[in-house]
Design a protein around this ligand. Sequence first.
Ligand code: NAI
Length: 692
Amino acid sequence: MIAVERHGEIAVLSIDNPPINALAQPVRKALLDAVLAADAAPDIRAVVIRGAAAHFVAGADIREFDEEPRAPVLSDVLTAVEAASKPIVAALHGAVLGGGLELALACHFRIGADSASLGMPEIRLGLLPGSGGTQRLPRLIGIAQSLALMLSGDPITCERAHSLGMVDRIAELPDLLGAALAFAREIVAAGRRPRRLRDEPVRGGMPDPAFVEEQRALVARKFPGVDAAREAIIECVAASATEPFDAGVALGRERFNACRQSDASRALRHLFFAERGMRPRAAPRPVATLGVLGAGTMGSGIAISLATAGFDVVLVDTQPAALAAGIERVRTTVEASVAKGRMTPAAATATLSRVRSGDRIDALQSADLVIEAVFESLAVKREVFAALGRLCRPGAVLASNTSTLDIDAIAQASGRAQDVIGMHFFSPANIMRLVEIVRGRATAPDVIATVGEVTRRMGKLGVVVGNCFGFVGNRMLYAYGRENQSLMLEGATPTQIDAVMERFGMAMGPNAVGDLAGLDVGYRVRRERRDLPDDPRYYRVADLLVEAGRLGQKTSRGAFDYMPGSRRPARAPEVEALLLAESLRLGVPRRVIADDEIATRCVFALINEGAQLLAEGIAASAGDIDAIWCNGYGFPRARGGPLFYADTLGPSLVLQGIRQLGELHGARYWTPSPLLVEIAGRGEKFATWSPQ
Ligand code: NAI
């Protein structure tokens, strides 16, 4: 765990716990022993602590947070490091994050390579730096800068850290160890004493209360649901100025332990593991040139994402006007990113130069991977895949962005089903991080790996799912939407439902989402489906709105009204009148609906459908389902996703609730998934369940 080397009078301790040198218990123990030994050795005059391989230390071992802390806890190890009588130099490179940065702060001097990236990302997991970081950092850079670093969760460059005074020196040598040794020898030669932050006063005064308010608001926007961690950070950092050092450290540890056990932090840790990305089971096929077929809304967004990631892309559309509009959309979107400061002008020029256009499908002949985004019609897609199957080079991967159609039916038309796969992007495709990777019956393992690798290089999160109507995300959305729709016939309004679901934490209410996507999209899909329930109420409100010309934002009228040029949903009295008349016509009695009923029905519908997808093997794990809903559908991250939320409530409580709903509203929609019954019966959790 710790390699010890002697370089004359300097001991070099290299932390070696690949891949990220996480400070797991064995590492903490070995580090403590090595520091104490070096400090006691008579012929050692200084110590360098560094990371072996790619990083200094990227943080704690997150899995340990589920259990009681095991000695030696990091906070105690760092107390010992700081107390050492000989100067200790931290040599920083790669990731210096969380506990890694706290370790660097406990050392007496810091030297960093250009490449080092320093940060305290704990807030992202609903936590705070719990090992003295909230006390040491303000003594080095002041309260305001400390708060900014801890509350943003974003890392800073070594250069920035140097200008703030967090790093004493930037290594000039390409070899960091050589530079650190030279620094340590200089310190010894000058007879410098260890610089212990615990003995120093906090720099500067208290920040302006307006600054703290601004930071609070920033966290609320960026990381909703982590109020406890946010307040703990503010409290502990402020305490650094008023409390003795050890009391401040103790306070930080106490707050850390409370946050660690909170539902929000557990949920965020669950997502951390769920979002680590798929583990490929085969070597990917090489991909250099990509083709995108269909230059509409999705095709142009996908082309932007690919080009931004450095791929060469041919964007093809057989309608010259659509092609021109698509290319124009690529250009204006990239230029807007420059204007918003998200991209440098040079990167924009490079990105645009990577997108070529083609008005014939033949332009895709030499592509290694084609992503199809033409109209959502099985007949059109089958025709297109038959052509691609004939024309593309052998081994080229053919992906469809369909959101509802049968991947196997599309694959069959290509004549090379093993090369065909679904890549279900979300709109806007250049922004949304999620891609459902849909494996068909015949999809080859290296095709899954190839698409997974391209998705990863696009900076997106790929989740592999099985083939069925709606795959994972949209099939659950149908269940959720069904309850939204029924509730409106029973007496709720779009305004009430959206307010309840937004208070639950959804990024947008279901009716605002429908208006944004366009109610006509689902309308057309439902006309093509043959397997809809024989129920006059099923999605009746959505159909009614479309039939009344209320398609959503694009017509300034949907479930809500929109002022010209505005995206803000406003109550639509016309819709409320339509609902009343339709309830009457269908004989659905209207009543006052409690907010709780709305949240329960919408969320339990999601959970039950999710359980069923897991049981059917369409989703491989609860984590996959949760990652899909948190990244593609705005489910609150601090609740961990629909199935983690079910675990938090307790599966047996959810089961009981679904049975009650069945008694009230009938078994058609409220039959508990057998997997829910099984998990509840055995006292298990979704998050840890896996098929035998
Ligand atoms: P769109 O209507 O904006 O674009 C489709 C484009 O395909 C048009 O430019 C059309 O000219 C072109 N096209 C049609 N037939 C073609 C052919 N045979 N050869 C070449 N080009 C052809 O549609 P949109 O919204 O971009 O959707 C495309 C696909 O993406 C659909 O399968 C849709 O279900 C899926 N999708 C859409 C999402 C959305 O939010 N709009 C989200 C996720 C998937």
